[in-house]
Design a protein around this ligand. Structure first.
Ligand SMILES: N[C@@H](CCC(=O)N[C@@H](CS)C(=O)NCC(=O)O)C(=O)O
Length: 219
């Protein structure tokens, strides 16, 4: 039975899972989450009442959370690119960087975006200021960390890079990475050149007008 991914091409966490699928050319059915398709939205809500995407369905099994989807694919549908190292110590480094990108890049970046969708009266100015400060701190730490690395956890492309690619892509749109952080900017460029992520970015291009802060005229 074919894997099904409930996802949207413009979503950063969906792109994270898509990179893993594309890295290994894993066949799957893209179940596009579209609000004008009540059938698919109902299926999705039934599968995962938390309603955060992506969600992977493998027969009777529902797998949630992008990191866990990638771990699941590695266990059940392995391909030539191992995104989580078999060595437990190396895997810890990868998972640690994966958490960094989700918690300290994606979370504050989403805070900025979601706040912009609120009415003026409901905005959380302090929360947004804190989110921007977190991004500056995270960029600074990452810049030092990436000075001697090609990929997030070292020499090999991994789960952590799947997390990093869309996280840094959108974070730079929402809160620009200062040119002083040259290693972070160079890493973001390397991620954009990776064919799996380049494909995800291309597939999401038609949706750029949806970016609430206004998408810049660049990747
Ligand atoms: N922790 C989840 C986060 C997923 C997530 O936040 N997805 C966003 C799209 S990028 C979403 O579902 N947004 C819908 C909403 O917030 O209502 C994961 O790692 O997969």
């Amino acid at each position: 039975m074919k894997l099904k991914l409930y996802a949207h091409p413009f979503s950063s966490y969906c792109q994270k899972a898509l990179i893993a699928l594309y890295e290994n050319s894993t066949p799957f059915e893209f179940r596009l989450l579209a609000h004008d398709d009540p059938q698919i939205m109902a299926e999705f809500a039934e599968l995962w009442p938390i309603r955060r995407f992506p969600v992977l369905v493998d027969g009777e099994r529902t797998v949630t959370e992008a990191s866990i989807i990638i771990e699941y694919l590695g266990l059940h549908y392995p391909g030539p690119v191992a995104l989580v190292p078999a060595d437990a110590r190396a895997a810890l480094d990868v998972r640690s960087m994966d958490r960094f990108f989700d918690n300290y890049i994606s979370t504050p970046q989403q805070k900025i975006v979601f706040d912009s969708l609120r009415s003026e009266a409901e905005r959380d100015a302090r929360g947004v200021t804190e989110a921007r400060a977190m991004l500056d701190t995270a960029y600074a730490w990452l810049d030092k960390t990436m000075a001697a690395r090609e990929w997030a956890a070292g020499d090999t492309f991994s789960l952590a890079d799947c997390a990093a690619a869309p996280a840094l892509f959108y974070a730079d749109w929402s809160h620009a990475i200062d040119p002083a952080f040259a290693h972070v900017r160079a890493y973001r460029e390397r991620l954009l050149a990776r064919p799996s992520f380049a494909r995800a970015v291309d597939e999401a291009r038609p949706y750029r007008p949806l970016f609430p802060l206004g998408a810049p005229d660049r990747d």
